[in-house]
Design a protein around this ligand. Structure first.
Ligand code: HEM
Length: 504
């Protein structure tokens, strides 16, 4: 049975490839695609652990725009900053997301749900609404966010101090603790309250988020081959992933119900959070026909914010701890600047961000070296376009790979060295200013730019400024942090411990 299916699918794919060859002329070069598997085995043979590294190697052979057959999906892969900037801001490549099999799975069977993987008018309306409404509650405003963030930093710092004292100066950096703390900053706007870091439901949701992120990555077995999830649901872990989505939705529904109950007991009925505002919008639009504002949409938007807003931010903090422990001389310069500009005893605030130029250069260097989202969710071409003489067909997926941009030897000279100075230039009066940061496009391009860029930057800034003002971090002899990152939809440090010495 499986064999017959295999033969039929192979024949269909060969036929499809032959038809495509005639239909799509003037495509960019790329490796020859094999029936069914396309170029996936080739990618796995180059680098089975890190698909972005395999794509980087292929792009060295085929160029800054290449085509690949990623299993069942025809993709254009962009590997240079110049083409990213040109192409990813064109309307044809700026509106739609490519629908990988996990997209409808985590959105009640409908790809037009939420923000990250949604497309067209539905995406546009929800993204605009979310930015505007979160702003009403302080999103992106330094004055409102400072207090919220400081509360989280204080709690995180006392938890780290506890861990450090228990561990006689050593602490295993806990990514789930960092993620719980980071989500709280966003959650104060989204839900109007913060979780306790000990909250078991939060801890479970953060753990679920890890599995969901893996399911959204290129290494997930049914991302390239959708049929794997039907033929081999157990082997593909599809059933496990469905369970994770359902659990996350249950967690979010409980939160909404809780908020509704608390609101009904309140005398002031004005919306006090994003969730309450969204619920009002659902009521307002009832009976108006096709609407984007439904209970299911709210759940998927919240799942998106949780997915995008916790792990990426906390992973950035985690990478800063990692890189500055490994590069003590940079850490000392960061500390000297904090003491010079703020003082060793004065609590840092977001207002200090303007003046801590070396810290900002260090953050850019962390984003460059860590490549946290190496292949952001692919776009889909909503119309054919011509780029660098190639005709790229409507419906093609567009993947962009940040790895070649961030590790380009020609541009950076010494890309393997952690050197914040590459982003600094000295003014005539001896002060420093940031330069050459545009290629570190860690938050994406064009209209699909990350919704949380400012929040993430500010959160990471405040967390690490507090941490490095308080502690001196160093590696532990005989326990060097692993060099290879964990790969899911993001790259994060593997588990490691550091020595934390109190500076004050
Ligand atoms: C350091 C932390 C973060 C990094 C590195 C990051 C990176 C990214 C990247 C690369 C994209 C894809 C952009 C593109 O397609 O060109 C993205 C999209 C997105 N991010 Fe972030 N992000 C971070 C934090 C956050 C936070 C805190 C939030 C929540 C407020 C958030 C919400 C989103 C959303 C909703 C999208 C989808 C935007 C769209 O498709 O229009 N992100 N992010």
């Amino acid at each position: 049975m499986v064999f017959i299916l295999f033969v039929i699918v192979s024949a269909l794919i060969v036929l499809l490839l032959l038809t495509n060859k005639k239909k799509y002329k003037n495509l960019p070069p790329g490796p020859y695609p094999w029936p069914i598997i396309g170029n996936v085995i080739e990618m796995a043979m180059i680098d089975i652990k890190y698909p972005h590294k395999a794509l980087e190697k292929l792009s060295r052979k085929y160029g800054e725009i290449m085509k690949i057959q990623f299993g069942a999906h025809f993709m254009i892969v962009i590997s240079s900053y110049e083409v990213m900037k040109e192409m990813l801001t064109k309307p044809e490549a700026n509106i739609g997301r490519f629908v990988f099999p996990f997209v409808p799975d985590r959105a009640y069977g409908n790809p037009n749900r939420g923000i990250i993987f949604n497309s067209g008018e539905s995406w546009q309306e929800l993204k605009r609404y979310t930015i505007r409404t979160l702003r009403d509650f302080g999103f992106g405003k330094k004055n409102s966010m400072n207090g919220v963030m400081q509360e989280e930093v204080d709690e995180l710092m006392s938890t780290i101090k506890g861990g450090v004292l228990d561990g006689l100066g050593e602490w295993e950096v806990d990514p789930h603790l960092l993620a719980s703390s980071a989500i709280n900053v966003l959650w104060s706007l989204v839900a109007g309250y913060r979780f306790s870091l000990e909250d078991k439901n939060l801890q479970e949701a953060v753990r679920l988020n890890d599995d969901i992120l893996f399911a959204c990555g290129l290494s997930n077995r049914y991302t390239a081959f959708p049929w794997v999830k039907t033929l081999f649901p157990k082997l593909s872990k599809h059933e496990e992933h469905l369970k994770c989505y359902a659990e996350m939705q249950k967690f979010l529904r409980r939160i909404i119900k809780d908020i509704q109950e608390k609101r009904s007991a309140r005398s002031n009925q004005d919306a006090e959070s994003y969730i309450e505002a969204f619920l009002d919008e659902i009521e307002k639009r009832k009976g108006t026909g096709d609407t984007n504002f439904t209970d299911d949409q709210l759940i998927v938007v919240l799942a998106d914010l949780f997915l995008a807003g916790s792990e990426t931010t906390s992973t950035s903090v985690n990478w800063m701890l990692y890189h500055l422990a490994m590069n003590g001389h940079v850490q000392e310069k960061v500390y000297d600047e904090i003491c010079r500009v703020i003082g060793s005893d004065v609590t840092p605030t977001l207002d200090n961000e303007k003046s801590l130029v070396y810290m900002k250069a260090t953050l850019y260097e962390m984003f460059r070296m860590s490549d946290i989202v190496p292949t952001p969710p692919p776009r889909i071409l909503t119309d054919s376009i011509t780029v660098r003489g190639y005709t790229l067909p409507k419906g093609a997926g567009v993947m962009y790979n940040m790895d070649p941009v961030l590790t380009d030897k020609v541009h950076w000279g010494d890309p393997d060295v952690f050197r914040p100075e590459r982003f600094l230039s000295t003014n005539d009066d001896g002060t420093m200013q940031l330069v050459n940061t545009e290629r570190v496009a860690s938050f994406g391009f064009g209209k699909r730019l990350c919704l949380g860029e400012t929040l993430a930057w500010n959160t990471v800034f405040l967390y690490v400024t507090n941490i490095f003002q308080t502690f001196k971090l160093s590696t532990i002899p005989g326990k060097m942090p692993p060099m290879e990152p964990i790969n899911s939809a993001t790259l994060s440090p593997d588990r490691y411990s550091l020595h934390f010495e109190l500076r004050k």
